[in-house]
Design a protein around this ligand. Structure first.
Ligand code: FAD
Length: 470
């Protein structure tokens, strides 16, 4: 009899089963939560072990990143500490470098292996949940790797906020029109919700902040959105996409459709329509691609590099391997025509994680598996304070009602009651008091002051020359 069947006789896990979850994002965290709840008795008896390997000890609620960039939510409240919510799991802060599923072994690097220079260490498992998500889909555009800014992590969102305010400070403190123009020009590439929301929120924040500068007016700033296709925000449908376009243009945002970024070398954004913008800010939100670690496994991938999965969230044709979220090509069984895959959205990731957790437990217990079926409900997007668009179950909302719905929806979705309460408190307070407009970019260099005092390298470095470095 198969070893695993012995393990699950009479609906109980009989031997110790080691479950490895790679990734601590939506799928990783929610799957581990589900597993620790469903297998609580087995975990107590030592018959199951859940290990989560992830580079950061927190899960990032990515839909809140634009609001974090705008300063409406503190960075700490956009993330969920994994050790707190996954009390019965072993959380390893590290990265799976490769996976040899045939041998049920992942090669994992951690801070400690990095320091000791021992290389990746093998981690054995019986069941694998692979959920490393996606990474920005960067193209070989000259200058992009050196100057582009991504928008997928909380560090990037807060870094971008600090950067935008710093540019306003630079513009405010120079008489050189070249430096000033470059500092006040912000180019965003990619008109999906990440790009549109990030631009909408940051432009709104900068417009507000300008009232505290004696020599920077909102009309001095140039905000440019570059989109390769003929529409923006496809997630909310054609009509609301068109409305968003009109709304952004009404705010003086230069939206260029069917246009690509050809180069941003030497800090000049050159577009395919011939426009050139000297700028210190190029934000790249032109889509995502599956995480490269998937290529370092012996699991089947689609032509686009996602894991081939069944609607039960198993990796196709491979026993004891499961996947969901951005990394997984899961057939959308509700779609017409059939054969469509679930889009890389949080909406799917969250629901798939629950089904995945349940199915893994079903399989351990020898029970039939569930099929993942969720009809896409639509999307909500914020375009700045009190502005938004929403299309949910065929209903379309614009302006304040959509913005309110965006907040209500995400408040209901952000994990843990603790986070919900903190985010709600922040929103309430920000309605009563003025918005924060300070840049804490120096937090990124906490030792600079002391190094200067101690005569270290910073004291010899020339002060940053915006022109020279731009
Ligand atoms: C700015 C922004 C706004 C968004 N807004 C919305 C929205 O409004 N609505 C919506 O539906 N979707 C939205 N999304 C998309 C949504 O966030 C993703 O679809 C969702 O996060 C996918 O979940 P996931 O678990 O697959 O990946 P993630 O949540 O990205 O998690 C992947 C995890 O794996 C970890 N990892 C990566 N490599 C390794 C490795 N080698 N070893 C171990 N761990 C690894 C990562 O650090 C991360 O913790 C947004 C995304 C962004 C960037």
């Amino acid at each position: 009899m198969d070893k695993r069947k012995r393990r699950v006789r009479h609906g109980m896990v009989k031997e110790r089963v080691r479950i490895l979850v790679v990734g601590g994002g939506y799928v990783g965290m929610y799957t581990a939560l589900r597993l620790q709840r469903k297998l609580s008795a087995e975990l107590r008896r030592g018959e199951a072990e859940i290990t989560v390997v992830t580079p950061d000890p927190y899960m990032t609620y990515q839909p809140f990143l634009p609001e974090a960039a705008a300063g409406s939510i503190s960075p700490r409240h956009v993330v969920v500490p994994l050790r707190r919510v996954l009390g019965r799991c072993r959380v390893i802060v590290g990265e799976a470098e490769s996976i040899d599923h045939a041998r049920r072994t992942a090669a994992v690097t951690t801070l400690a292996t990095g320091e000791a220079r021992t290389g990746a260490r093998p981690l054995r498992y019986d069941e694998l949940v692979l959920a490393p998500g996606s990474v920005s889909r960067a193209l070989p555009v000259p200058g992009l790797a050196e100057h582009g800014i991504g928008f997928k992590t909380v560090e990037e969102a807060i870094g971008l906020r600090n950067h935008v305010i710093e540019q306003m400070d630079i513009a405010s403190s120079t008489r050189d029109p070249e430096i000033r123009d470059a500092a006040l020009t912000f180019v965003f590439v990619g008109g999906g919700y990440a790009g549109v929301e990030a631009l909408g929120e940051l432009e709104d924040m900068a417009r507000y902040a300008a009232r505290y500068y004696h020599n920077v007016r909102p009309e001095d700033m140039k905000w440019v959105l570059v989109e390769a296709t003929g529409r923006i925000l496809p997630e909310v449908g054609v009509e609301l996409g068109r409305y968003t376009l009109t709304e952004l243009r009404r705010r003086n945002i230069d939206v260029r459709l069917e246009t690509r970024l050809d180069s941003c070398a030497d800090r000049v954004a050159v577009l395919s329509d011939g426009a050139r913008f000297p700028t210190r800010t190029v934000v790249w939100t032109a889509g995502v691609k599956p995480h490269p670690v998937l290529a370092a496994t012996d699991l089947p991938l689609t032509a686009r590099g996602r894991l081939r999965c069944t609607p039960q969230l198993r990796v196709e044709g491979v026993p004891h391997a499961w996947a969901a979220g951005d990394a997984a090509a899961v057939p959308d069984v509700t779609a017409d025509p059939p054969g469509t895959l679930c889009a890389p959205h949080a909406q799917h990731a969250l629901r798939q994680a629950r089904v995945l957790g349940d199915n893994l437990v079903h399989s351990l217990r020898g029970e039939p598996l569930e099929t993942y079926a969720h009809k896409y409900a639509g999307s909500v997007a914020s375009l700045g304070f009190h502005q938004g668009v929403a299309q949910v179950y065929g209903r379309r909302l614009k302006g304040y009602p959509a913005w309110f719905m965006h907040r209500a929806y995400h408040l209901s979705r952000v994990p843990t009651f603790n986070r919900k309460a903190r985010v709600l408190a922040e929103w309430t307070l920000s309605g009563l008091f003025k918005r924060e407009i300070v840049s804490l970019g120096s937090l990124e260099h906490p030792r600079a002051e002391f190094e200067l005092a101690a005569g270290g390298k910073h004291s010899q470095d020339p002060p940053e020359n915006p022109k020279g470095s731009s």
